[in-house]
Structure formats: C-alpha cells, structure tokens
Design a protein around this ligand. Structure first.
Ligand SMILES: [Zn+2]
Length: 278
C-alpha cells in the first residue's frame, strides 16, 4: 500500500483517441471515452462503476489489446516504477502490472493507465483473482493512485502465541475510522497470501539473533533495550520499504506487543558453538 501519483488523464485520453482512429474502434470511441471519464470521476471505485456494454460485444478484442500492448513503453514504465515495496500488498518485490479493476470484468479499462498499477507477481497472479469488491461499499481494494490513505500507516502484524510456534495476523491499525478499518481489512484479507506468513515467520525466527548481534556480549537483553531495537527496526523498515510494507507492519506490531518482545529478548542467547563431529 503506497500512494502513487495518478497517471495523467490527458495521456490516457490521447492514447484512447489514437487507438480509436483505427478500425474497428471508431464507432466505440464516444462510449469508451465516457467510461474513462466515469472511472476518473469515481476514482476507480467498483461500487460506482459498472462495466460498459459495447454493442456489438467487443470485450474479447479489448482484452486482447492489453496482451498485444503489454510490452509497450507506457506499460513497461508502470512495471518498472521505482518503488520501495509492492503498492498493493507491501511485499518487497515489484515488477509486474496489476489491473485494479480486473480486465475480465472491465475489459474497457484493460489499457487505461489509471487502472494499471505496479504490483508484485504474487498480487498479479494470486489470491485476489477476479475479486474487485466485497459485500459492503467499504469492501474494495485500496487504489494506489486515488486513495490518499495509502500514504498513511494502515496496518500491523499481530503475533499470536504460543511464541514457540507463533502465528501472524494482519490487522488494520487501531484508531482508523470504522470505514477505513473495513476497507483495510478487506484489502489485507484478499492481497496477503502464504508468502506474507513466511516472511513474518522468518523475521520472528531471526530477530533474536539480530538482537544478540546488536546488543553484543552474553548478558540478558533487557526489555528496555529490546523495545529500543524494535523501534529502530521499525524506523529502518519504513525508510527502506515504506509505511505499509510487510516488514514495517511486522515491527509496528512488535513495537506494540511487550510480551512478544520479552519472549524475543529472552531467547536472544549467545549462540554456543556446535561441536564438530570427530
Ligand atoms: Zn503485491
């Protein structure tokens, strides 16, 4: 979840106009242009935008256009945008393009830059699939181009005991409004998959050693020192990966969980050398 400046409307309009100069598109230009304008006036919100019915049905051809232009410069630029983490899910990788409104349901937006968001390969191929909204008007995905809240801290990772086999739960940040909380909950539930759990597992398993390395010596790591180190890890994660990255969410959760920190400090023992086999 990262707030990105929306692509220029004029560029999308110019691209559509050029496309519609060629057959078979001229008769569809006005309707298509209106669909683009509707998308922008509702910020891509699927609760206000209905798929446009073109007559005759040209949805297959519209979807095929995306395939044929996916290597064009305007799409490659989105794919290669320099970002600290995936703007949809917060993972550490980027490099693909995701359709905010899925092209299977909204083929008319399959080439609209405002609907093409940089994302990680997991987001592009994973759990979200053709889902684009839930059961209530707050249940939709956060739009990186139009939802300003994507620039604010939105979530944290809760650590569920027993700590020896901890589990992790993504949760909206306490203090968000009820509407935003519902939006974030829906978003998290549909973008995070098993990779998120593995990343949290890994951070949890390696953090005691990190603490030991930072603190040095053999004395127990004090709760105060552990709190300081977690606060520092959170700042570093925000700086390097963004407010809503997986790592920032993990350390935000840990910074609010004294019991979990105490456990990590307790297991941050000096490693004893493993005797070599004779
Ligand atoms: Zn992602």
């Amino acid at each position: 979840m990262i707030k990105i400046d929306a692509p220029l409307a004029a560029n999308d309009d110019a691209h559509l106009k050029k496309l519609c100069d060629r057959q078979p598109w001229p008769p569809h230009y006005a309707l298509w242009q209106a669909a683009y304008a509707g998308y922008r006036s509702h910020n891509g919100n699927p609760w206000y935008i209905a798929p446009t019915a073109f007559v005759p049905d040209v949805s297959d051809q519209q979807t095929a256009l995306y395939e044929s232009q996916s290597s064009s410069q305007r799409i490659v630029m989105i794919r290669r945008m320099q970002l600290k983490s995936c703007p949809m899910c917060g993972s550490s990788v980027t490099g693909t393009v995701d359709h905010y409104l899925p092209k299977e349901e909204f083929p008319e937006f399959s080439l609209m830059a405002a609907n093409l968001v940089p994302a990680c390969s997991h987001c592009n191929s994973g759990k979200k699939g053709r889902t684009f909204r839930g059961a209530t008007p707050n249940e939709r995905f956060i739009h990186p181009y139009f939802d300003t809240l994507a620039g604010e801290p939105l979530w944290l990772t809760r650590i569920i005991p027993p700590y020896e086999a901890a589990q992790f739960e993504a949760a909206p940040l306490p203090g968000l409004s009820a509407n935003h909380s519902e939006l974030v909950t829906f978003h998290l539930r549909h973008v995070l998959g098993t990779q998120f759990d593995r990343n949290a597992d890994n951070l949890w398993a390696t953090y005691p050693q990190y603490l030991r390395d930072e603190v040095g010596g053999t004395a127990p790591v004090s709760p105060g020192r552990a709190r300081k180190e977690v606060a520092r890890s959170l700042r570093t994660s925000i700086l390097t990966s963004g407010e809503n990255s997986w790592n920032a969410s993990f350390f935000r959760g840990l910074s609010e969980d004294g019991e979990a920190r105490k456990y990590l400090a307790r297991v941050a023992r000096t490693l004893t050398a493993t005797p070599l086999p004779l």
